[in-house]
Design a binder for this molecule. Structure first.
Ligand code: MLT
Length: 312
């Protein structure tokens, strides 16, 4: 029987696995959130969510892939602040985050940590500031490319310090952290969703957290603003997107699964352990993500243009 048009197809949605595209390397902070979220959402959807890592160009390759994918509810993107910073960072961005996607909702907010390799000389943030100013481009700063939050944090840090490091880009902060652990780079600003176990095991030096207030999971860690960088703040947020034109019924089902996951104890407990905070219900909606994205594009565009950091 060939009965059923698009409406019938949607009522049986989802009837096969769904791809959730992660714009950075496997094992890194975005991947950690995506895999836990996918596992929780699949309980509601009755289909598995398969994480697909498509790193490159600071997350913009993955976003381009999803913008061009069939809007059938089987390809979604999870991305962070990079969705909002990319338009100012890339002169030839192949997608427009404000017009080429369908919005599902936000997930969780994650603090960042400023780390040094274990044997980097400065013992704390005050010493780090002096060391950074004295050594400038002799210091290697790892990041995950233009559009990564590690890049955003590093850019703001260099601006605040009035110094310029040598930047070494990786396909994600998973390989960047591996390089820091191996002593091949000196400094990395990265999310607690990846860094907490390494901080607790003292495999890296922690100079501070990038939130305005101290965080529950690392109560002894000072904020950067406590130690000389007044007002320094980078908070990572996550959104889930489908290609433009994904049917509203599909988005409604996917959003329902997202909201259920954000209440799932297995997911919420894991996020809490890793320093992530589930967003309030008002942000767990398509409209909540869309208006937040717009405000972040408006916020970061001028900051990035002033810093003069971009790719042709
Ligand atoms: C990652 O998952 O590798 C990170 O989110 C990269 C970054 O934005 O720093």
């Amino acid at each position: 029987c060939l009965a059923g048009g698009p409406a019938a197809a949607q009522s049986s949605y989802p009837n096969h696995p769904i791809s959730l595209v992660v714009p950075f390397a496997a094992g890194g902070p975005t991947d950690v959130v995506a895999r836990s979220l996918g596992a929780a959402m699949s309980k509601t959807l009755g289909q598995s969510i398969v994480v697909e890592n498509r790193p490159g160009a600071g997350g913009t390759l993955a976003a381009t892939h999803v913008a061009r994918a069939a809007p059938d509810g089987y390809t979604f993107l999870i991305h962070h602040n990079g969705m909002a910073t990319a338009p100012a960072l890339y002169r030839k961005l192949p997608f427009n985050p404000l017009t080429d996607f369908t919005y599902v909702g936000q997930v969780a907010d994650v603090p960042m940590t400023l780390l040094g390799r274990k044997d980097l000389p400065p013992g704390d943030m005050v010493e780090f500031i002096k060391y950074a100013r004295a050594n400038g481009n002799k210091i290697n700063l790892a990041n995950a490319g233009l559009g990564a939050v590690s890049q955003l944090c590093g850019m703001l840090l260099q601006e605040a310090l009035g110094t310029q490091f040598t930047t070494i880009p990786y396909a994600g902060t998973a390989p960047a952290l591996t390089a820091l652990l191996g002593g091949q780079v000196d400094v990395l600003c990265d999310q607690t969703t990846q860094t907490i176990p390494h901080i607790k095991a003292q495999r890296v030096k922690l100079y501070g957290v990038t939130t305005l207030d101290r965080i529950k999971t690392l109560p002894d860690a000072p904020t950067l603003q406590e130690n000389g960088l007044k007002g320094f703040e980078v908070k990572v947020w996550h959104g889930v997107y489908g290609p433009k034109g994904t049917p509203p019924e599909v988005i409604a089902k996917f959003n329902e699964a997202l909201r259920a996951a954000l209440k799932d104890p297995a997911f919420t407990q894991k996020m809490a352990e890793l320093g992530a905070e589930i967003v309030p219900e008002s942000k767990q909606t398509p409209a909540g993500l869309q208006s937040w994205l717009q405000s972040e594009v408006d916020k970061w565009g001028p900051v990035i243009r002033k810093a003069g950091v971009y790719a042709d």
